[in-house]
Each structure stands twice: as C-alpha cells, then as structure tokens.
Design a protein around this ligand. Structure first.
Ligand code: ADP
Ligand code: MG
Length: 393
C-alpha cells in the first residue's frame, strides 16, 4: 500500500541539493525522481524560498515541469545532528493554487460589491438633482411661449440633463439601486420575444442561433431588465466579431451543487435557469477578463465604448440573486453564463410577457398627499401636480 501524502516533501543536503522527494512531489510537479535528485531546488522555486539556519515559511509561485505556474506554501527547516551542526534541510510544501484562486475570486466580488455601493450612492443623489432639473426645466418649457427666443436654452438644459440622467440610471443599475419589477415568467418566452430585436442589432453578417430548453424555465424576473442583459451581451458579441461569426443563445435548467460552489467559490445550491451567450469573436486575455464588469472599463476607442454594458449586466444579475461567469479564449470566442434562481413550484403561474403601455397624462381636481424625502424632488412633484390642477399636501 502506498500512502499518498497531502503535502509534498523534499530533503536537501547541507549543500542544498535534493536528496529525496516523496510521491506527492512527483504528482504535483510532473518531474520524475531521476530528474530532480542531485539538482538544486530552484528548478521549481526559482530561488524565492529562503534556505538558512533558521526555519522559513512562506508562499511562492513555483513552476511545474511543463511550465505551468502553481502556488506553494512551504516550510523549510534545517535538520541538525547531536552536535547542533546542520546536516540536511527538509521542505514541506503544500499546493495552495486552488485556495489562492478562490481568494482572488472573493476579492474580485468584494471589489465589485464595494464599487457598486459607492457608485450607487453617488448616482442616487445625482438622480434626485437631475429629476429636479429636468422637471423644473420642463415646467419652464411648458409655460413659455413657443416662439420665445430663450426657448432653445431651455431645450439645451433638458437635453444635457437627460444625458446625465441616462448615465446615472446605468450607474444605479450597477449599484443595484434601481427599482425592478420582478414577476413569475417563463424565461424562454423572454428570449423568444427579444430575438427579433437582437437580430437587428447584430446585423446581417452575424448568424444568430437560439437553442431554447424544451421545458418551461420559471423564474421571477423583471423582463425589461433581462432584455437589457441580452442586448448588452449581444452588442459586445457583435463588436467582438468584426465581420462574420455566430452568436448563440442557449437556455437550460442547471443545478448549482457542491462541485460548482467548490470551483467557483460562491453559489447557493439549488435549481437555476441558465442563459448562455456565446460568440465566435476575438475573445479576451486574462487581464481584460478580470476587469470586464468594472464600470467604465472599456478596450474600445473613445466614442465607441462606455464601459457600462457589463457593469449593468452584473448589477441586474445580482439584483435577481443570480450569478454570472465568463469563459474566454483569445482568438476563439467568449461565453457568458447567467444563472437565475428558478421559482419554486406553487409560487404562482408564470404570467405571459406583455408590454405595459404608459398611461395618458391625467388632470384632476383631487387632493394628493406627497411623501418624498428629497426636498427638490418633493417641490417638483408639488409643482407638477398643481400645474395639472391637483391640490397638494
Ligand atoms: P464597452 O462595450 O462599452 O466597452 P462593456 O462593459 O460592455 O463596455 O465591456 C467591457 C469590455 O469587455 C469591452 O471593452 C471588451 O474589451 C470586453 N468584452 C465584453 N464582451 C466581450 C466579448 N463578447 N468578447 C470580447 N471582449 C468582450
Ligand atoms: Mg458593451
């Protein structure tokens, strides 16, 4: 019986030459015994680990025989004889690559969380100010004579403020401060409904393939937000496929289990509806992949990218208690996978996807109680309602 150890062990001579390695060392590094006995340990550790007359502990990046990097946690201690003279060194190494990967993922999601709070907070306050600016400018516009020479100035104010409002609304989505209106729906129907729009968006040179799960995927979502996710992902896919290519949108039922949680470092176990969006475009390198969800991160030229597309996608997915992953290879393409929790059976019939029509503007003589914590927005609501004939408390 060969007992396989959890850690790799090596014994070095006093002159720091490898004298012994255990089977785990061979398993991790890919070197055979013959290839390392009699060699210096820098063939794997490139001299980061310190070998001296006292014990050394630390983490360092090592290299396997095939060149793959891996992280090691090592303890290197001198062995002394009865006279206190160092005769050997013993190194005990643990492969901590997996743990470091999970730590990186955790740090990454914490970074996005903190960024979301900061950005969402600022956007929330800005939004109130812009609501007041747009609203009061609107009243001005309404009360001015059409041929007033100052009218064009009011129009400029409204246009600029609207641009500001659309930016802050993106940031609110990333910061998860945007109100969403989730209801029980069949995810497949949302995809089918948005397909035409996506076709127009990607143009004729790119082929759109949709592979819809044959079973209903009942989720509780805001359909407009999920459409937004698909639009943003399709836009990026189009940009990544300069001429021709294939955009594939697939839905299926997936389970998040212990294996998923272990390899991703996050996840609540359960049944999920999966939307996977793949393209055959340029792909991304590791550095880009790490930053894609950051607001204002873009690799596109000025005027083309805003860097908000995926930040919005991330915010929407998180607000729906979902998960998003990205797989990408340079020159091959990219796949985004979105996991949305399935609605438990009995939680209500899935309604069909329909578009809500805005109501015609009303006037009246009733009394309205306005409750609003932002002073500017409150004054605006009051003025607007009074303009339309209401009495306001
Ligand atoms: P923008 O599209 O305005 O640049 P996004 O947040 O939508 O902002 O995307 C951020 C960056 O992520 C892009 O600039 C691009 O580098 C990268 N990216 C996103 N989607 C893809 C994709 N499907 N293929 C390759 N790169 C992508
Ligand atoms: Mg984009």
């Amino acid at each position: 019986v060969i007992l396989s150890s959890y850690v790799s062990t090596l014994i070095l001579s006093r002159t720091v030459v490898i004298e012994y390695i255990n089977p785990k060392f061979i398993e991790i590094t890919g070197y055979s015994r013959e290839e390392v006995i009699g060699k210096k340990p820098d063939i794997i550790s490139s001299g980061t680990a310190r070998i001296s007359d006292s014990e050394w502990r630390g983490e360092f990046l090592a290299k396997k025989k095939n060149g793959d990097p891996f992280w090691e946690y090592a303890t290197i201690s001198p062995i002394r004889n009865a006279q206190g003279v160092i005769t050997n060194f013993i190194g005990i190494h643990e492969d901590v690559t997996e743990r470091r990967k999970l730590e990186d993922q955790l740090r990454h999601s914490q970074k996005l969380e903190a960024l979301g709070q900061l950005v969402g907070g600022i956007a929330h306050d800005f939004n109130n100010m812009l609501t007041a600016i747009i609203g009061f400018a609107g009243i001005l516009q309404m009360k001015m004579k059409k041929d007033d020479p100052l009218m064009v100035n009011v129009e400029q104010v409204i246009e600029a403020a609207n641009r500001g409002a659309s930016l802050t609304s993106s940031l609110l989505v990333f910061g998860r401060k945007q109100a969403i209106f989730p209801r029980p729906l069949n995810l497949n129907e949302i995809i089918e409904k948005v397909e035409k729009l996506l076709l127009r968006l990607i143009g004729e040179d790119i082929e759109l393939k949709t592979v819809i799960a044959d079973k209903e995927l009942n989720v509780t979502v805001d359909p407009l937000q999920i459409e937004q996710v698909l639009i943003n992902l399709a836009t990026n896919a189009r940009d990544a496929m300069s001429k021709e290519g294939v955009l594939t949108i697939e839905t299926s039922r997936e389970e998040i289990d212990r294996k998923f949680i272990k390899s991703h470092g996050y996840g609540e176990p359960g049944e999920y509806a999966l939307i996977s969006v793949s393209d055959t475009g340029a792909g991304m390198d590791e550095k880009t992949k790490e930053k894609v969800f950051d607001p204002f991160f873009t690799t596109k030229e000025v005027g083309k990218g805003t860097g908000l597309g995926l930040a919005i996608v991330y915010g929407i997915v998180k607000q729906h208690n979902g998960y998003i992953t990205v797989y990408s290879e340079v020159g091959k393409g990219t796949t985004f996978k979105i996991y949305l929790p399935m609605t438990r059976p009995g939680a209500g019939e899935a309604a069909s996807v329909e578009t809500v029509k805005p109501a015609a503007s009303a006037t009246g003589t009733e009394t309205v109680l306005v409750a609003e914590d932002d002073a500017h927005v409150m004054r605006l609501s009051k003025t607007l309602l009074e303009t339309f004939g209401y009495t306001v408390i």
